[in-house]
Ligand binder design. Sequence first.
Ligand code: SF4
Length: 327
Amino acid sequence: MEPGLQQAPQLHTEIISWFTANARDLPWRRPECSPWGVFVSEIMLQQTPVVRVLPVWEQWMKRWPEPSALAAEPSGEAVRAWGRLGYPRRALRLHAAATAMTDRFGGSVPATREELLTLPGVGTYTAAAVASFAFGRRETVVDTNIRRVHARALSGKALPAPALNAAEMRLAAALLPGDDAASVAWNASVMELGALVCTARSPKCAACPVRERCAWLAAGEPAPEYVPKGQAWAGTDRQVRGALMAVLRYARGPVPRKTLLGPADLVTAAPGNSARDAADAAAGTEAAALAKLRALQAPAEQLERALAGLLADKLAEENDAGLQLPA
Ligand code: SF4
């Protein structure tokens, strides 16, 4: 047993009290937020910070307040509305999940972890988080922020293991309060503490409600046991895929392959697109996205590879007229 586990009741009280006083007021945390709103937020927040998710979530919920509303539209509309949140396959998964909810769950988000796990693209974390935050069920929720707080406060390590392991899950399960409502509050509180105070690069220990009990501080702040891999972006296929997707999102029709992958002088010379390009240039949309794509100066083979990846992932489709978001 982790020595810190004996202090679990105190940790619960201190971290939940801190959360009550300091939590951010986020729309998906408000009592009036629907389970669908929570579900959408969980998918969007997986790899994107809150500040970028907020405006997209608001627009998404206005346009598709129910899963059936999203399921009624082509998946390409979900990809378009995803905007610049990154990892756009999540938009396709959200659309597929909304379709499954409509077909199999009467248009509602299912309430149990087991049912949530049957939805396309829903893994262990999302199922537990939605069951906890949307339905008040007692589930062990473990995300990056929670893992980091557990690693430091309980295990005395600067960082959690590179990948989630069984020992961490056992520790998280042992820490979970027995009462349903307290377990939900605990999940949300530890996650928020990790996001705001016990951050990856510069934990604000002076402002931490559990600094007196923190095993990492008590151990003299030992250094990490490994160097976390940075997420390279510039020059990667991911960057090129993002730039290609931006063009397709802004386009109001198929974009000829030659325009998408061709040299810079084709930006405004695509056959049949001149009126549209002029409008776009004024609005800073498709033409601007094409200009950004050109500015990357990606080699032809990288452009081809990135586009092939988008087609394989069904984030784009191609017909005689060119490339577009999925219909
Ligand atoms: S005292 Fe510092 S390292 Fe320990 S849990 Fe709090 S913020 Fe994290």
